[in-house]
Design a binder for this molecule. Sequence first.
Ligand SMILES: [Zn+2]
Length: 207
Amino acid sequence: MTTSDSRVRQDIPTPDAAIEILMAGNDRFVAGSTLDHDHKTTREALAGVQRPIAIVLRCADSRTSPELIFDQGIGDLFVCAVAGNVPTSELVASMEYAILALGTPLIVVMGHSSCGAVTAAIKTIAENTSLPGALPNLISQITPAVREIEDISAETALSEAIEINVRNGVERLPDMSEIIHEAVDAGRVKIIGGVYDLASGRFQRTS
Ligand SMILES: [Zn+2]
């Protein structure tokens, strides 16, 4: 095993360098050759500081942990999670903190295959049903992606909606936040999107 070299970064990488670090980490994860993370040393060194290289907007699904998927350690990723990986106002505020206070140079909007939240959004539209509890408010933020699918009964409807939902997130972030908008315009931050495949472990960029 190789020892992680990302411990206690002194500098924040550029947006493109951050993308390269994540994609290389995902290659290692797919291949089953992840780094030997020394969590104890890193934890102690980072007790008073954090310099995450990317914000990851991910689904709450238990199989989509970005630190594992991108083979990163403690302090490397600023993770914002909600079922269906939609940019809710609280998550956008969290991202603003990372950009302003921590200088994080990259936002990754990550959908994933077989997403239960997107499946639920398709179901509510296809069957004209409603969900219990607080779910309708959340699912209503995914349904715009479902409404863009040409054939909701097609076999590809779910994967199509998952991709569109990611794209909507990428596009909406600068509209939802002046801070994000300005950081992107100034070249300090990039926003990318992609879909994580549960079986292969591959994160496939879609934008
Ligand atoms: Zn999901």
